[in-house]
Design a protein around this ligand. Structure first.
Ligand SMILES: [Cu+2]
Ligand SMILES: [Zn+2]
Length: 248
């Protein structure tokens, strides 16, 4: 509606407005000559509409609060030498401050077991890696609730051939607001999360997920890494479809 009004006025209010009547015998006329007041009013209205339009554009830019974050996963500095050295990336995207979080998890270095295994991943309270992943503290728990209701309780992830690769949407954590996970740590565990069903105190604190293999600090970023991962995701899907077709 606004676009229609804007375009109409843009055409009508160029100072010298020519109106062509539908009958070709009729000559066209200049509105500014016949009705100078009307032409001026249209010109003023056009200027106002343009101002509103530009203002709307500016507000859209301000409101575009998509946020991105990157977490570069490294093996824990305090890890025993016989433990798997997990590395990779965890990427986050939040389309607006109140929206749920989307994430890519792309990790490698797990033992290349034949059977599929599951590993827990959580957000821990501190972005402090000075003592390896041990100094990241307990699960980030701003609402003082039990595990697995913490905002960074991402659950269990399947590992295949030593690799963990997952695109996850609808996560409860946030990059914005007072409970932002920016500056906190993502921790990858050696074991599976019992999701609070383990029947002991540790279960409702951390899911008995075992040793902290690797971790990283969540840092604000541009969309670049997310876009690269999205492209890789699409190519992966394509390759999988092609190999399924060949197998069929
Ligand atoms: Cu954890
Ligand atoms: Zn938890």
């Amino acid at each position: 509606m606004l676009a229609f009004l804007f375009c109409g006025l843009l055409l009508a209010a160029r100072g010298s407005v020519t109106w062509t009547l539908s009958d070709p015998e009729e000559s066209s006329f200049d509105l500014a000559e016949i009705k100078p007041d009307l032409a001026e009013k249209i010109s003023d209205t056009h200027a106002k509409v343009q101002e509103i339009w530009l203002e709307l554009g500016r507000r859209r830019e301000v409101d575009a609060t998509e946020m991105y974050a990157v977490c570069q996963v490294q093996p824990s500095a305090s890890l025993a030498t016989d433990q798997p050295r997990v590395t990779g990336l965890v990427l986050f995207r939040q389309l607006s401050p109140g929206a749920r979080l989307d994430a890519f998890f792309d990790l490698e270095g797990f033992p290349a077991e034949r059977n599929v295994s599951s590993r827990a991943i959580h957000v821990h309270q501190f972005g402090d890696l000075s003592q390896g992943c041990e100094s990241t503290g307990p699960h980030y728990n701003p609402m003082a609730v039990q595990h697995p209701q913490h905002p960074g309780d991402f659950g269990n992830f399947a590992v295949r051939d030593g690799r963990l690769w997952k695109y996850h949407t609808g996560l409860a954590a946030s990059l914005a607001g007072p409970h932002s996970i920016l500056g906190r740590a993502v921790v990858v565990h050696a074991g599976e999360d019992d999701l609070g069903r383990g029947g002991n105190q540790a279960s409702v604190e951390n899911g008995n997920a075992g040793r902290r293999l690797a971790c990283c600090v969540v840092g604000a970023s541009t969309p670049a890494a997310w876009d690269r991962q999205k492209q890789e995701h699409a190519e992966r899907k394509k390759r999988r479809r092609e190999s399924e077709c060949k197998a069929a």
